[in-house]
Design a protein around this ligand. Structure first.
Ligand code: ADP
Ligand code: 5GP
Length: 191
């Protein structure tokens, strides 16, 4: 019998989703990260098969055609990201709960698919200039890519109310504590 649950994190890029997800993965051994597939270029500090399954566009679209994805989005023009059904199956089969880091549209879609098994959490920051500064400080995108991510952030913020919970990440320690509380509560509830 499948007993696993799913915790979905979505947020505009730079809000601190990955930082929060990494913290939770260190805190709870029963949580496992769903490794998405993407067509974007690997960053120098990323490892294929650990951070993402890095695919060519042809391979990605082939998997779309053969129904391998639970959800996928063209998150930025020409750049695809998707959740493989096989990731979820494997994690639940191992007896773990799954944690997702998805764009806002993908988060809403997956929350609808997984229903009561899922909790969708929106991470937000006070304003766009904070996001911009964080993306510049992270140094993983050039200025054009940052501009694209900020333009998308304004649209994404409008979907906050579609999520089960919102957490503000201005003070990181507070955000981490809140995320832990929310998840510990959700994972102990019967479904
Ligand atoms: P996302 O996964 O949402 O794109 P990241 O977790 O990569 O965001 O965070 C973006 C950058 O901001 C990283 O360099 C991270 O270390 C930093 N960061 C995260 N949370 C905070 C915070 N509360 N205050 C300041 N910097 C933060
Ligand atoms: P990044 O390029 O910064 O790693 O991720 C860009 C955006 O793509 C982030 O908002 C991230 O959450 C989202 N993303 C990562 N994997 C997936 C996925 O499998 N599906 C969807 N819909 N979005 C994803």
């Amino acid at each position: 019998m499948i007993v696993g649950k799913a915790v979905i994190f979505s947020a505009p890029s730079g809000s601190g989703k990955s930082t929060i997800v990494k913290h939770l993965l260190n805190k709870r051994r029963d949580l496992e990260f769903s490794i998405s597939a993407t067509t974007r270029a690997r960053r120098p500090d990323e490892v294929g098969g650990k951070d993402y399954h890095f695919l060519t566009k042809k391979d990605f679209l082939g998997k779309v055609d053969n129904g391998s994805f639970l959800e996928y989005e063209e998150v930025y023009p020409g750049i695809y990201y998707g959740t493989l059904q096989s990731e979820l199956d494997q994690i639940w089969k191992a007896g773990n709960h799954v944690i997702f880091d998805l764009d806002v549209k993908g988060g809403i879609k997956l929350n609808e698919i997984l229903k009561i098994r899922a909790l969708a959490i929106f991470i937000k920051v006070g304003d766009l200039s904070t996001l911009k500064n964080r993306l510049i400080a992270r140094g993983t995108e050039n200025l054009d890519q940052i501009t694209l991510r900020l333009a998308k952030a304004s649209e994404e913020t409008a979907f906050e109310s579609k999520f089960d919970v919102s957490i503000i990440n201005n003070d990181l320690d507070k955000a981490l504590q809140k995320a832990e509380e929310v998840i510990n509560q959700f994972l102990k509830e019967d479904i």
